[in-house]
Design a protein around this ligand. Structure first.
Ligand code: CA
Ligand code: CA
Length: 404
C-alpha cells in the first residue's frame, strides 16, 4: 500500500475499541447477498462433470497433493474428487462437489476417504449447488443420496515445515473475525492516495475457512464505495527473523487495489516513510495479472519514485501464497515459493533500512485512487462489468508467521 497517510490519517480512522465482525444487517439485502450461494450460482456457470472425476484419471498424483494439476473445466483443487455429480463454483477453501452415494454417510467420511479434510457440508436444493440446509461435516441427512461436501487438502503440521517454527496463525476457521488477532479499521477520506472507499466492518465475512473482504458501490458516509480493512496493530507484531505468509485470492476488477502489507508499530524513525513500510503483496486491477512486492523507506519511496519494488506475473483469479522472509540483513518476496524480489541491508542507516523494528500485518481492499484507479480516472464505474458492476472480493485462507 502506498502508505503516505498511513501514520497520519490512520490514527483518526481506527476504531477506538476494536470489534469483532458482526453479522450482516438484515435490512441490507446487498450485504446478505454476499453470502448467498444462490446468487453466486446464478452468475457462475455450473460445470457438469458427471463421470469425469474418477480416481483412475489422476492416480499418478499423491493423495491430497493438489498442486500443478488440472482437468479442463475444473479448478486444480477438484481433480481427485470421486463420486461427484457436480462441481460447484469455487468460493471457499477447498473443492465443493455434489457427492453421490451419501445415504447414511457424512461429508467427513466422504472427504476422509480421499485423504482430504471436510471444511463444509450442506443438503442441496435440487441436484444443484444451491444450499437448502447447512450441515456439519459429521451429519447425515435423511434419505438423500447426495450432499454438497467441500473438501480441502489437510494443512501440514507446523512441525514438518521447513519454513521455521510457526509462532502465529489465523486460518479463519469459525464464523467471525478473531478480535484477539485483528482489529477492524473504520474510516475513509482517501488515506493519502485519493482512495474512494469507506472501510467498515460490514464488508467483512469469515466463513468456510476464509476471510472475505468485499468492496462494492454503496453510498456510505459521503463515500461511494465500501470495503474493509483489518490489522494486527497493538495485538501482535514481528521483527526481523520471521517469515510472514498469507494465502489469498485477489480480485481482478479495474479500480481494485488489494494489499497485504506491514507498517511499524512505533514510528521510531519518524512518520511515513521514515519508519518504513513492507508490502508483502499488492495488485491493481488496472495492471491485470501482476503482483508487486515493495518496500518504502525515507530514501526509497514512491514520492521520490525510488521505492524498491518488483513485480511478477500472476493469475489473480487463483489462490496463491504470498510471503516475505525478513532477516536482519534483507527481505525476500515469494509467490508460491518463487522468489521474485529482494531488498538488502545497504547501510546502518534508518533512511535505507528501518526494518529492525516491530511491524504489524494489514489486509485491505482499496478502491480507486492514485494507483488503484489509474486506468479509470481515479474512480471505477459502478456499472461496467470489469469494474464495480459486480462486487469485488479479496479472499484470505490463512495468515501465518514463522520464526526463522
Ligand atoms: Ca440431496
Ligand atoms: Ca482457512
Amino acid at each position: 500500500m502506498l502508505g503516505a497517510a498511513a501514520t497520519g490519517v490512520e490514527l483518526w480512522c481506527v476504531d477506538a475499541a476494536p470489534a469483532a465482525a458482526e453479522a450482516c444487517p438484515v435490512a441490507d439485502p446487498s450485504c446478505q447477498d454476499a453470502d448467498s450461494s444462490s446468487s453466486f450460482a446464478s452468475d457462475h456457470q455450473l460445470i457438469q462433470t458427471r463421470g469425469s472425476l474418477s480416481l483412475g484419471r489422476v492416480a499418478e498424483h499423491a493423495p491430497g497433493d493438489f498442486s500443478g494439476r488440472s482437468i479442463v473445466g475444473l479448478g486444480p483443487r477438484c481433480v481427485r474428487m470421486q463420486n461427484a455429480e457436480l462441481v460447484c463454483p469455487e468460493r471457499g477453501n477447498g473443492c465443493r462437489v455434489l457427492a453421490n452415494g451419501m445415504r447414511g454417510r457424512t461429508c467427513r467420511e466422504y472427504c476422509g476417504e480421499q485423504q482430504l479434510s471436510c471444511v463444509g457440508a450442506w443438503e442441496e436444493q435440487d441436484d444443484n449447488c444451491v444450499i437448502k440446509e447447512t450441515l456439519t461435516c459429521e451429519q447425515t441427512y435423511g434419505n438423500t443420496h447426495d450432499l454438497l461436501c467441500e473438501c480441502s487438502p489437510p494443512v501440514a503440521p507446523a512441525a514438518n515445515s521447513s519454513q521455521g517454527r510457526l509462532v502465529w496463525e489465523d486460518n479463519f476457521d469459525g464464523d467471525r473475525l478473531d478480535s484477539g488477532k485483528w482489529s477492524i479499521v473504520s474510516g475513509g477520506g482517501g488515506f493519502g492516495n485519493n482512495e474512494q472507499q469507506y472501510y467498515s466492518q460490514h464488508g467483512l465475512r469469515v466463513g468456510e475457512g476464509v476471510l472475505r473482504i468485499t468492496a462494492q458501490c454503496e453510498e456510505y458516509k459521503g463515500h461511494h464505495f465500501t470495503s474493509a480493512k483489518v490489522q494486527t496493530k497493538h495485538l501482535t507484531d514481528w521483527g526481523p527473523g520471521h517469515r510472514v505468509e498469507v494465502r489469498a485470492r485477489l480480485p481482478k476488477g479495474k479500480g481494485t487495489w488489494p494489499a497485504i502489507w506491514m507498517l511499524p508499530t512505533d514510528s521510531s524513525y519518524g512518520g511515513w516513510p521514515r519508519s518504513g513500510e513492507i508490502d508483502i503483496v499488492e495488485a491493481v486491477g488496472c495492471t491485470q495479472d501482476k503482483v508487486y512486492g515493495t518496500v518504502h523507506t525515507n530514501a526509497f519511496n514512491h514520492m521520490r519514485h525510488t521505492e524498491k519494488t518488483n513485480k511478477l506475473s500472476a493469475d489473480l483469479g487463483e489462490w496463491h501464497v504470498f510471503a516475505i522472509e525478513w532477516t536482519a540483513s534483507d527481505i525476500a518476496w515469494y509467490m508460491d515459493g518463487q522468489l521474485y524480489h529482494s531488498f538488502g541491508h545497504e547501510a546502518h542507516s534508518s533512511d535505507k533500512w528501518p526494518f529492525d523494528r516491530q511491524f504489524f500485518l494489514i489486509l485491505n481492499l482499496a478502491v480507486g485512487g492514485s494507483w488503484g484507479g489509474m486506468c479509470v480516472g481515479g474512480r471505477p464505474s459502478c456499472t461496467a462489468h470489469d469494474e464495480f458492476g459486480r462486487r469485488q472480493v479479496m479472499e484470505v485462507d490463512f495468515a501465518r508467521v514463522y520464526a526463522l
